[in-house]
Design a protein around this ligand. Structure first.
Ligand SMILES: NC(=O)c1ccc[n+]([C@@H]2O[C@H](COP(=O)([O-])OP(=O)(O)OC[C@H]3O[C@@H](n4cnc5c(N)ncnc54)[C@H](OP(=O)(O)O)[C@@H]3O)[C@@H](O)[C@H]2O)c1
Length: 255
């Protein structure tokens, strides 16, 4: 679908990747509805790229319902918001589980359903872009909630896509690996094993734009070797865990 002239709801717009995605889509001629919790950051971004601000907390069901109504009025939904850092096992509470599931999995599914229903009812086309992660293919120690929700989001995307295809609604999963310079990985300061390469926020933004225009099933934003290792982890998770132990991944995440 054409980006120029379209209205796009973008969640997680105040974050590292969301900001890059917003700038890229605005430069391509989209009108943006920028959503997150931090009004100040959203208003600063809206002053730069145009569009409107929709403050919403994705752990609040009333906010998600309101945002779903707004999504239904847009041409494209980019569900990008997410939370990454899992609390340590000893500190993990049920509230933590709810918070991560609500933000990373429940909210994108609710928004995608409302968006698709409105498009189908109105006889319109539309494009849904869900931002997943390589953590939706490969599990690592200490990231259990992140892995659970990103695995779940991938399953949702791949199923929903098949159901929506005959109805004219595109569904694409964008799966980044480690992104440098901005966003949750860069902010976390994780020390990668030697030789592990990263991508830039602009690469994620370009992948989102490609998803909107071409509606591919899944776009990986990672070096080939990382994608290959993550794909191998889907069929050989024990081997993947062994390699990660040898590389000291657990210590690196903790540090
Ligand atoms: N950065 C990477 O290396 C990387 C790699 C793979 C996948 N990803 C995925 O890329 C997406 C964007 O991540 P990022 O790196 O840009 O992270 P980020 O900089 O931490 O931004 C996260 C965004 O999600 C929003 N958010 C978090 N909790 C929310 C809540 N309860 N309600 C509403 N919005 C909420 C934040 O906004 P507020 O705090 O203002 O609410 C922020 O805009 C995520 O889905 C992440 O899993 C990132």
């Amino acid at each position: 679908m054409d980006i120029s002239g379209s209205t796009i709801l973008l969640t997680g717009a105040s974050g590292g990747l969301g900001t890059a995605i917003a700038r890229d889509l605005a430069a391509r001629g989209a009108t943006l509805v920028l959503s997150a919790r931090n009004r100040e950051l959203l208003e600063a971004l809206a002053a730069e790229v145009g569009g409107e601000v929709e403050v919403a907390d994705l752990t609040d069901r009333a906010d998600v319902a309101r945002l779903a109504e707004r999504a239904a009025e847009c041409d494209v939904l980019v569900a990008n918001a997410g939370v990454g850092a899992d609390p340590a096992f000893e500190d993990l509470s049920v509230d933590d589980i709810d918070r991560v599931v609500d933000t990373n999995l429940r909210a994108p599914m609710v928004l995608a359903q409302a968006f698709a229903k409105a498009k189908v009812d109105g006889g319109e086309q539309g494009q849904i872009v869900l931002v997943g992660s390589l953590a939706g293919l490969a599990a690592s120690p200490g990231t259990r909630l992140y892995n659970a929700t990103k695995f779940g989001l991938r399953g949702f995307a791949l199923s929903f896509r098949q159901e929506m295809e005959p109805l004219g609604i595109g569904v694409t999963l964008v799966s980044p690996g480690f992104i440098r310079d901005a966003g949750m990985f860069a902010d976390g300061g994780v020390d990668l094993p030697p030789g592990v390469r990263t991508k830039a926020p602009a690469d994620v933004a370009a992948a989102v734009a490609r998803a909107i225009v071409r509606n591919p099933t899944e776009v990986f934003v990672s070096p080939t070797e990382l994608r290959a290792a993550s794909t191998l982890a889907t069929v050989a998770p024990g081997f993947s865990a062994f390699v990660q132990r040898r590389l000291g991944v657990s210590d690196r995440i903790e540090r």
